[in-house]
Design a protein around this ligand. Sequence first.
Ligand SMILES: NC(=O)c1ccc[n+]([C@@H]2O[C@H](COP(=O)([O-])OP(=O)(O)OC[C@H]3O[C@@H](n4cnc5c(N)ncnc54)[C@H](O)[C@@H]3O)[C@@H](O)[C@H]2O)c1
Length: 365
Amino acid sequence: MRVLVTGGIGLIGSACCKLLLEKGHEVVSVDNNTRKALFGDEANNLANMDDDFSGNKNLELVDADIRNEELMSKIIKNVDALIHLAAQPSHPKSLEIPMEDFQINAYGTLLLLEITRQLNPEIPFAFMSTNKVYGDYPNYFNYKIIGRRYENVALESFNEELPTDRCGHTPFGVSKLAADTYTQEYAINYGLKTATFRGGCLTGKNSRAVEMHGFLPYIIKCALTRKRYYVYGGGYRVRDQVHSSDVAAALYEFIKNPKPGILGSYGKVYNLGGGRENSVSIFETIDAIKAKTSIELDFEDAPERESDHIWWISDLSKFKKDYPLWKLTKDKDFIFNEIIEHYITSLGLPVKLGMEDYFKSKNVA
Ligand SMILES: NC(=O)c1ccc[n+]([C@@H]2O[C@H](COP(=O)([O-])OP(=O)(O)OC[C@H]3O[C@@H](n4cnc5c(N)ncnc54)[C@H](O)[C@@H]3O)[C@@H](O)[C@H]2O)c1
């Protein structure tokens, strides 16, 4: 199979490229490193194109904008599947650049759907959406503090039935919701084999994390580099963490075998996060970093960010029902250790405090 991955040098993109290449497929990545342009050198996603990829003849890296219609038409005409990940990914950033955010997320997605409809309508089309399409609707539930986190009084997790309107979104939530519903409409109206994946906190060492995007790697980076961390809206807030390789595996399951809904059309919507077992509050994160590295994070409370979720845990049962072979393979412990190891080694930090056994087992000097 020849697969187009937009945003292919990003956190999820690089995981998709890795998996697809391992499975013997050809991959075309289209990514112009907008992440670096948006968030600066720290967010340079070219760093993700490491030894895993260099010289691989089955990977074509195209440095281009997904809004280049002529180029994207040539590429889409000749692929067997499309995984669309390219995005302006940050909700606080979208408040600064609402027009650019719309152009990339909403228009960019619509353009890819339309080219696919015109030139290659039979291919599976996976779109990575976000739980921010539900706006701040989750904040209208009741929460109780239990231990070091909030718990939802009524629900174990959120499924896809949560409403998406009559709540605050930020421009990012709106541009992704537009893209998300276009992706559904192109299945319903034109028969495209699409699916929409509403991500929780997607994470892993290839997140070029900055304050505005990449919660877990960013807080770990702050701790290890002794930088002050701002806790927006309180430390009891809960996020579910899913490793990039598990996200890639879910997208791969879909493109291998797209499944229509009961009425026969595609365009299914799935929540995709780490679920309850991989959920963590900000305070629990701070505690875990301390337990693993002995480092006490320097943090300061800051006002709540616009439309930020108090608590989010994804209900994965809809995706698991359609794709029973998929499961989470990376737990919280793995995720924390991988990110800590990444920063210690890549930034050359002289800290292995509390991690000696871990580093020994990985043969890292
Ligand atoms: N990371 C998360 O926590 C999270 C959560 C929910 C949803 N998502 C979604 O998952 C997808 C992948 O996100 P990620 O975490 O890998 O982010 P990322 O920033 O690492 O990857 C996105 C990639 O898209 C590229 N890109 C952006 N605009 C482009 C354009 N116009 N043309 C070409 N390339 C462009 C960027 O350079 C970047 O490499 C995005 O759609 C994002 O909205 C991410």
